[in-house]
Design a protein around this ligand. Structure first.
Ligand SMILES: Nc1ncnc2c1ncn2[C@@H]1O[C@H](COP(=O)(O)OP(=O)(O)OP(=O)(O)O)[C@@H](O)[C@H]1O
Length: 362
């Protein structure tokens, strides 16, 4: 095994041989016995050894006699994501933990996330869940360890953006992830680069995974019909990425996840969304509304595959099933003959996007 300094603040890549052990049953949570042959080769997240003052899980402690906590690898608005070693299987896992109570109320967010993640097990763009459950203080999900998120992979690029072929493939895979999720009857409602990671094993390092099912909502009845829309829906999502329909508090449908995906792709391609520095909700909404008018600069870009994709997405019928396959096909020219398994920017020292930048200056 390579030397892995856990105090390092750099992203790490390392190789590790698999050493899967048998599974055991615990009370109070479910366990998935599926384990994949592990050899970690992807862009591993940074580990912070320092916890917050009131840590959800304590570094160096063994949680539930099973997971040796190594450090924090991610933080969201609700909880924290830890790197841990599963002492039974001798392999790295990620543990997402959230307090059970929020502002004095029982938090249902992670309970729903646990349920949906379990339902989606076996889908290629969803992380493998090894266990999930709760104790008196927190809810937790033990899952497959993934790479640095795509937003951070963009931030690490020397030109703070990603190449067209990398973005095209991220979008094609995200469309597949959304097709599977929508097919199961759920909307994500928080599609953004920070909620996308790649696998870190040889087999999964080119597979995009969609994360964070905390804002998920069922949009179909059990019989497949659309649930009747509410007159006014609450705001759910991240202001920068939500569609104009969400700004208008309309009931979300699959097209709104796809608009968030379009904005995510635009951000990855150009570096920052034009409304990044606007603070007022109305100003952001107006900017987005202008962008989707047929005479906008964005939609006047004829012949460019990303703008073609934008045209498709902006004019989707909110109440019809999106043409996922056609949308993926629109992106073929952006991908330019690269395969999903060919290296992505971060595996190639961002050379392609550096070359794109140089040629656009000439
Ligand atoms: N399985 C994983 N492996 C590696 N990193 C992960 C994993 N799950 C989450 N992360 C990292 O942690 C970050 C936060 O995760 P997540 O979005 O699930 O948390 P959250 O508390 O629900 O966040 P939010 O406030 O955006 O809703 C992600 O952006 C990602 O970088």
């Amino acid at each position: 095994m390579e030397d892995r300094s856990l105090t390092s603040t750099e992203n790490r890549r390392f190789d590790r041989s698999d050493n899967a052990c048998s599974t055991a049953n615990f009370s109070g949570f479910m366990e998935n016995s599926k384990t994949e042959n592990k050899k970690l080769v992807g862009v591993m997240p940074r580990i912070k050894r320092t916890n917050s003052e009131t840590p959800l899980l304590v570094v160096d402690e063994v949680y539930r006699k099973r997971w040796h906590i190594q450090g924090v690898i991610g933080k969201g608005g609700y909880g924290e994501i830890f790197l841990a070693i599963d002492v039974k299987r001798a392999e790295e896992v990620a543990i997402k933990a959230e307090p059970k109570h929020r502002r004095g109320k029982l938090s249902k967010r992670m309970i729903l996330e646990q349920k949906v993640l379990l339902k989606l097990q076996g889908k290629p763009h969803v992380p493998v869940v090894y266990a999930s459950g709760h104790d008196e203080r927190l809810n937790f999900i033990v899952m497959q360890i993934l790479s640095v998120n795509v937003g951070d992979l963009k931030r690490q690029s020397p030109v703070k953006r990603l190449s067209r072929t990398t973005v095209g493939r991220i979008l094609q895979q995200s469309i597949a992830a959304l097709r599977d999720l929508h097919g199961a009857g759920y909307l994500h409602r928080d599609v953004k680069p920070a909620n996308m990671c790649f696998g870190v094993t040889q087999k999964t390092r080119h597979v995009l995974m969609l994360l964070d099912f905390g804002l998920i909502r069922r949009f179909k009845e059990e019989n497949g019909d659309l649930r009747p829309p509410r007159k006014k829906a609450g705001f759910r999502g991240t202001q920068r990425y939500v569609s104009t329909r969400v700004h208008a508090r309309l009931e979300q449908t699959p097209c709104d996840d796809l608009v968030s995906l379009l904005y995510s792709g635009y951000e990855l391609l150009i570096g920052e969304l034009p409304w990044k520095f606007l603070e007022k909700n109305d100003e952001i909404r107006r900017f987005k509304e202008d962008m989707q008018t047929p005479e906008s600069d964005f939609l006047s870009h004829k012949g460019d595959p990303f703008h073609e994709f934008g045209r498709h997405v902006f004019f989707l019928d909110p109440f019809a099933e999106p043409p996922y396959h056609d949308l993926q096909n629109t992106l073929k020219a952006l991908v330019g003959g690269k395969k999903l398994v060919d290296p992505y920017d971060w595996e190639d020292n961002y050379q392609e996007v550096l070359d794109e930048s140089t040629s656009s200056k000439e």
